[in-house]
Design a protein around this ligand. Structure first.
Ligand SMILES: *Cc1c(COP(=O)(O)O)cnc(C)c1O
Length: 225
């Protein structure tokens, strides 16, 4: 029984990787590197283990607290794991996030950026940093508004010396994701950023065709949450 479950996860992972590779061939820039961020939120360690055994090393979690409960041990066992924070970050969790995560994708306000800069200095650590953009200007959604992006990027880089290397977005469910992916790509070029985190289970192939360097895929690998 357990074995069947594990094979299922392995096969789904292979299928997703195959789809990414095919989408990349159909993209404008087929030599680009695209990394799969396997989104393991809500799944316990024993559901993640078979994905690690199948060779996947980049994972995404949306809550610091939850990630702290399951990842320190697995990271010790698999030291080459890279963990991405893909959910909103509160300043009182910054120290824990900087300790555990290798990439924070959701920087979206000056206070948070300041707190991250201070903590990175304190821990003497360097991690990958992306800014989340609320491309659909949805009031309930995290992310900086497009109008505010240029000044925020300047603030992060020039005032805080943060090495911001990418942008992340979650398109509104009601819109064509493609429009938001193309927009995020344009914003990244304007701001001289190499990385684009976009695309989830429903639209990661489209995201790759639009230039994603990271796709965040959960349910297509782990099953429904
Ligand atoms: C949950 C989540 C994902 C993965 O969603 P799926 O539809 O399960 O692939 C991607 N990005 C973010 C920010 C998420 O919170």
């Amino acid at each position: 029984m357990q074995k069947a479950v594990e094979e299922g996860v392995g096969q789904r992972l292979e299928a997703v990787l195959g789809n990414i590779s095919n989408a990349l061939k159909a993209s404008q820039n087929p030599d680009q590197s695209v990394q799969l961020v396997a989104v393991s939120k809500t799944f316990p360690a024993n559901a993640i283990e078979p994905v690690l055994q199948a060779g996947q090393r980049v994972f995404g979690e949306n809550r610091v607290q939850e990630a702290m409960g399951k990842w320190p041990e697995m990271k010790e066992q698999y030291p080459d794991v890279k963990l991405h924070l893909i959910g909103p970050l509160q300043t009182n969790k910054v120290a824990a996030a900087v300790t555990l995560f290798d990439c924070i994708e959701t920087i979206d306000r000056p206070k948070l950026a300041k707190s991250i800069a201070k903590e990175l200095g304190k821990q003497g650590k360097k991690i990958e940093l992306f800014i989340q953009v609320n491309t659909g200007a949805e009031p309930q959604k995290a992310g900086i508004l497009m109008d505010e992006l240029p000044e925020f990027v300047r603030f992060c880089r020039e005032d805080l010396w943060l090495d911001i290397s990418g942008l992340m977005c979650i398109p509104p469910v009601s819109d064509l994701a493609k429009d938001h992916f193309l927009l995020l790509g344009k914003l990244a070029r304007q701001n001289n950023m190499a990385n684009l985190s976009m695309g989830m289970s429903a639209d990661y192939q489209m995201a790759v065709k639009c230039g994603a360097t990271f796709v965040r895929v959960g349910s297509a690998i782990f099953g429904q949450r």
